[in-house]
Design a protein around this ligand. Structure first.
Ligand code: ADP
Ligand code: ZN
Ligand code: ZN
Length: 746
């Protein structure tokens, strides 16, 4: 028998080094070490998981190390996907191994744990069955034994349901192993282990939903999309449709068209837990064959969904930004709903923007992209103007429903959080048996506590922000690092006991509304009331089934919900988001206000909106209340052009942070000088701004400085960033992170 020469493979490793590595494949692994598989490799003193990119032609060098093992029976990614990953790594200046690790579901990635693959190894063997523990109440529970309050609550739920799998309990109660053990010990529940296929949404019932007859504008938009689908080349669309204009119906019918021609569909939404209605409509229309990648899935569940997709058992994938990496093949159409949302940008690690990458993936797949929004990004509208996106407009609400009528209440001299006008309108709405939304983009009770004697506000010791006062928790809390102190305390500056509450949050609005409208049934939705997995849908359901009269909430209630019963929207503090030190604050204010206003009058009854504001003269507010997007975009484009911001320039942000203020400052100066030199050497058209303290100068105990790179030419910007990356040496004291196309510069 002739011996085949050992193969050399190129492997990416998930570490912060921007290169790939070569390994030799020993004979006994030769047939299995294929591109698309993970391998276990020696790396320095460690053993790590790597990703096989391909074969290397060169003859094996004797210095090359052997791989230890191949981890997967089937390839995890295709050549097309690898090409996509390479593109991402190059664009965001991020190591390829980390890109692949980000793209694969968490449940799959092996850690180097004492050099041994961990137990997930068995899961990756391709089994679709796992064992699950089911809890059932015992028939004769012993009386008089107290399991503890959380355990009692869990027991209550198990009794109500008759039987519950542990995954459901964890989803509902978080980590509850101790409580379950205790219940078992007290003989209050029985446990049985059975084999199950993890299907977290399998039991949810859905109503059948049929395609609606489209109006002229919808039909026109759909025609353009289906024509592009038939041609089968890359076609990007911007679907700009006012709130309630029936964009979702257009997505549904476009996707139906793609499915009939054998293509698959990927749908990206800002946050899946905020869009249960959208998911229900998809399930109602298409039935099975949908994978929903929910952020609350356990790693194992997410991995199961991933494998269903990889095996081609799924035609439609719906999920938040990471769904962009779903291993879906034959993609005919990618929908990005609410394309203006900043949550499409990942804030740490690989700082990718799923909205932007949807265009890249679609162009590689020769697919159609539909970016949809009532308030598109100004950069998107500009791209449409430049002919890079095809603009489809829906200017009217469906069935000729009118846009809501908006009134502004000036708040100068008014002490109450709820003005008399808003109070009266809420009362009238309640009396008419209709529902209202009250929107305020701040949770907690008071905005902050301030000392009545010396005027010092209570601030976070780790971050440059005031602490928000939460009355129910009796705490002052930092919304950035979760630092919390009992409140109201004494003034840390002068020991005075006179701490005063300033400003209002959703908790305060709720408490004030209880006084003003004692008969109304109120529900509050903000991140304090929605920590459990199903809490969103429970709160939304109470609006849908009309068991609540008024929904109070933060921006969570502004997004995408369709409440046909809502005829009144109240906005407390309409200018709140205008004063952020960010060049996008006007755009964000316009988007947020337009979206909130758009929640009113989506059913048969017309809606009205009351916006409370100290000063409503800014064009972002004026244009939102007049439903005048065109005028807003015109004025905002002028501002962007004068100030040299996107779409007229491209940005990259270099942020530096560390616990030593001096080290950060010195490093920032050094880095700025290096950038200046590189810019000259390469003769690039770039403006280097800073270093300047970040608006949030301290965050979680770290001092932060920023350098902003601005250029009309994207290639120049990337050349400078790449040159910096290859030239600089990492510092142990100061973390330096480059963010391409930053969305948050706070
Ligand atoms: P958008 O996504 O633009 O806010 P939706 O697609 O949610 O709007 O549509 C708003 C409401 O109008 C939904 O209840 C939807 O079922 C309904 N709808 C959409 N298109 C039509 C149509 N052509 N005729 C009647 N109702 C429609
Ligand atoms: Zn004081
Ligand atoms: Zn803090």
């Amino acid at each position: 028998m002739s011996q085949s020469p050992p193969t050399v493979i190129e492997v990416a490793v998930a570490i912060h080094l921007d290169k790939t590595f070569h390994y030799r494949v020993p004979d006994h692994l030769a047939g299995r070490a294929l591109p698309g598989h993970r391998v276990f490799v020696p790396f320095g003193h460690r053993k790590l998981t790597g990703y096989i990119l391909g074969y290397v032609a060169e003859a094996p060098d004797s210095k090359l190390k052997d791989i230890i093992d191949v981890l997967d029976p089937d390839p995890l990614w295709t050549n097309n996907e690898l090409e996509f990953f390479r593109w991402i790594a190059a664009y965001y200046l991020h190591p390829l191994g980390e890109v692949i690790k980000t793209a694969l579901p968490a449940g799959i990635n092996l850690q180097s744990r004492k050099g041994e693959p961990d137990s997930e190894r068995q899961v990756s063997g391709g089994r679709s069955i796992k064992r699950e523990r089911f809890y059932r109440p015992t028939v004769t529970a012993e009386a008089g034994r107290q399991p503890g309050s959380k355990a009692s609550e869990i027991l209550e739920v198990i009794r109500e349901a008759g039987e519950m799998p542990s995954a459901d309990l964890r989803r509902r109660f978080g980590q509850c192993t101790t409580q379950l053990k205790r219940l078992e010990e007290l003989n209050l529940v029985q446990v049985e282990e059975r084999e199950v296929y993890r299907n977290p949404f399998g039991e949810e019932a859905f109503e059948r939903d049929t395609p609606k007859g489209l109006n002229v504008q919808q039909a026109n938009a759909l025609n353009h999309i289906t024509e592009a689908l038939n041609i089968g080349s890359f076609s990007p669309f911007l679907l700009h449709g006012v709130t309630g204009s029936g964009k979702t119906e257009v997505y549904l019918q476009a996707i139906a068209h793609a499915l009939t021609s054998g293509d698959n569909a990927l749908v990206l939404v800002p946050e899946i837990s905020l869009t249960p209605q959208l998911v229900r409509r998809f399930r109602g229309r298409f039935g099975s064959g949908i994978a929903v990648l929910h952020s609350a899935l356990s790693d194992g569940e997410r991995y199961d969904e991933w494998r269903r997709i990889r095996r081609g058992q799924v035609r439609i994938v719906i999920g938040a930004r990471s769904a962009l990496f779903a291993p879906l093949e034959r993609i005919g159409i990618i929908v990005v709903d609410e394309e203006h949302e900043s949550s499409f940008k990942q804030a740490d690690g690989l700082r990718y923007n799923a909205r932007d990458l949807a265009l890249v993936r679609a162009s590689m797949e020769k697919a159609v992209v539909v970016l949809g929004s009532a308030t598109p990004l100004i950069t998107s509208l500009y791209s449409a103007k430049m002919g890079k996106l095809k603009l489809l407009s829906l200017t009217e609400r469906v069935e000729n429903r009118p846009m809501p009528q908006v009134t502004v209440v000036p708040m100068q001299g008014i002490k109450e959080t709820i003005s008399p006008q808003l109070a009266r309108a809420l009362e009238d709405t309640l009396a008419a048996g209709e529902q209202s939304l009250v929107f305020l983009n701040r949770r907690g009770f008071a905005t902050f506590l301030v000392c009545g004697d010396c005027g010092e506000p209570l601030t976070c010791p780790n971050c440059s922000v005031t602490l928000t006062y939460h009355r129910q928790r009796r705490q002052s809390v930092c919304h950035y690092c979760d630092y919390a102190v009992p409140a109201p305390g004494t003034c840390p500056a002068c020991d005075s006991l006179e701490m005063k509450e300033l400003g209002a949050g959703t908790e305060r609005v709720e408490s004030d509304l209880r006084q003003v409208l004692p008969a109304a049934i109120l529900v509050r939705m903000d991140s304090d009331t929605t920590s459990g997995k199903d809490s969103h849908s429970r709160l939304l359901k109470r609006m849908a089934d009309r068991s609540a009269d008024i929904l109070i909430g933060t921006q969570m209630i502004a997004k995408g919900h369709d409440f046909p019963g809502v005829t009144l929207v109240g906005v407390v503090n309409g200018e709140a988001s205008l004063n952020m030190p960010d060049f996008r604050s006007a755009e964000r204010t316009f988007q947020l206000l337009s979206q909130v206003i758009g929640r009113a009058g989506r059913g048969e009854l017309p809606g009205r909106v009351i916006v409370q504001a100290l000063d409503s003269s800014h064009y972002a507010i004026q244009c939102a209340i007049e439903h005048d997007g065109e005028s807003f975009y015109k004025q905002e484009l002028e501002f962007r052009s004068e100030a040299g911001y996107p779409p007229f320039t491209h940005l990259a942000a270099l942020s530096l942070s560390g616990t030593s203020e001096k080290a950060v400052q010195e490093r920032a100066d050094l880095t700025a000088r290096l950038l200046g030199r590189l810019k000259k050497e390469l003769s690039l058209r770039i403006e280097i701004l800073g270093p300047a303290p970040a608006p949030m100068y301290r965050l979680r105990g770290r001092f932060r400085r920023q350098i902003l790179l601005k250029s009309p030419n994207r290639a120049d910007l990337r050349r400078l960033a790449a040159a910096w990356q290859s030239r600089h040496e990492a510092s142990t004291l100061v973390r330096e992170i480059i963010d391409i196309d930053p969305v948050d510069t706070m």
